[in-house]
Design a protein around this ligand. Sequence first.
Ligand code: TXA
Ligand code: MG
Length: 331
Amino acid sequence: MKLLQPTEQAIAEASEALKRGLLVAFPTETVYGLGAAASDSEALKRLYAAKGRPSNHPVIVHLASVDQLSDWASEVPDAARKLAEQLWPGPLTLILPKSARVSDAVTGGQSSVGLRVPNHPVAQALLQKFGGGVAAPSANRFGRLSPTSAQDVVADFADEVEIVLDGGHCDVGIESTIVDFSQSRPRILRPGMIMPEQIEEICGIQLSSSPPPQKATTRAPGGLPSHYAPRTPLHVVPRDRLRERLESEISKGKRVCVLSFQPPLPQVPWVTGAHDAYKYARQLYGNLRKLDRENADMILVEEVPLTSDWEGIADRLRRASAAASHEVAHD
Ligand code: TXA
Ligand code: MG
């Protein structure tokens, strides 16, 4: 594995590696992606093997520009086109009926495909140089926290990845908002830092609020409750019960660490989360990794506000805590 600064030469080298069917990790504004040429079935096999991800889980295809949309989607409803035109490049993924060129290896056998134009300058440079679609799940092993720095990627992978492009820390910090246009009424499959109100306003359509059909939940890894988990069991606790819970666990001899909006207590490994949702999201995975390294018995996280700007964050915390309560094995 080579960790490279994103010079013009490194971008060209990374593009060549993709063309040879090798894996390249690159920064996006949300999280780092582990990229493979989306039209190369051998490269996709390599990608699934490296991630340790079941092959029926779909991956997002990354494109340089909205102009490529029609190459990958067989049908683009007006509302989806409006979103693409206004919010791309940006932290938004659209699920659309796939075009004939999209292989089952990308979609996990589904008739829809996830498409996204990221706005990180390094992702843009790589996609423009490469020219085609780049299939890229988050560059973490299956079930682990998504990486928000090049060092996070290096910690999860070794020789399976040819090149890691270092583009610094990701700005958004949690994965893209996914809007599904493959059903009759659009719905949010995964909340992120683009808010439902903004999507509804741009589309002029009210999003469906019913739960996604079973098929989508079982096939989409982001839909598994145990996704995005640190190794340490994580519990979300309401603000007014945090102190009491902390004292009770400590009195039982448990080693506890905390992510909270409140100032730290002495003797407890503690991270204070930002009050601004965008800032909190940017720091979230880094904060959880830091607390995970404490090797404590548990991480207590103070519940975040219920307003829509916190929904993506609340979703990731819920999934991380589901891993603890279901005692699911990861990796
Ligand atoms: O921000 C992001 O979206 C990052 C960066 C790297 O772009 N990527 C990412 O990919 O989070 P991944 O593979 O970790 O998550 C992709 C999610 C899956 O959990 C799945 O829910 C959804 O995209 N997805 C992709 N294609 C789909 C499809 N055809 N139907 C339903 N869901 C799909
Ligand atoms: Mg992921």
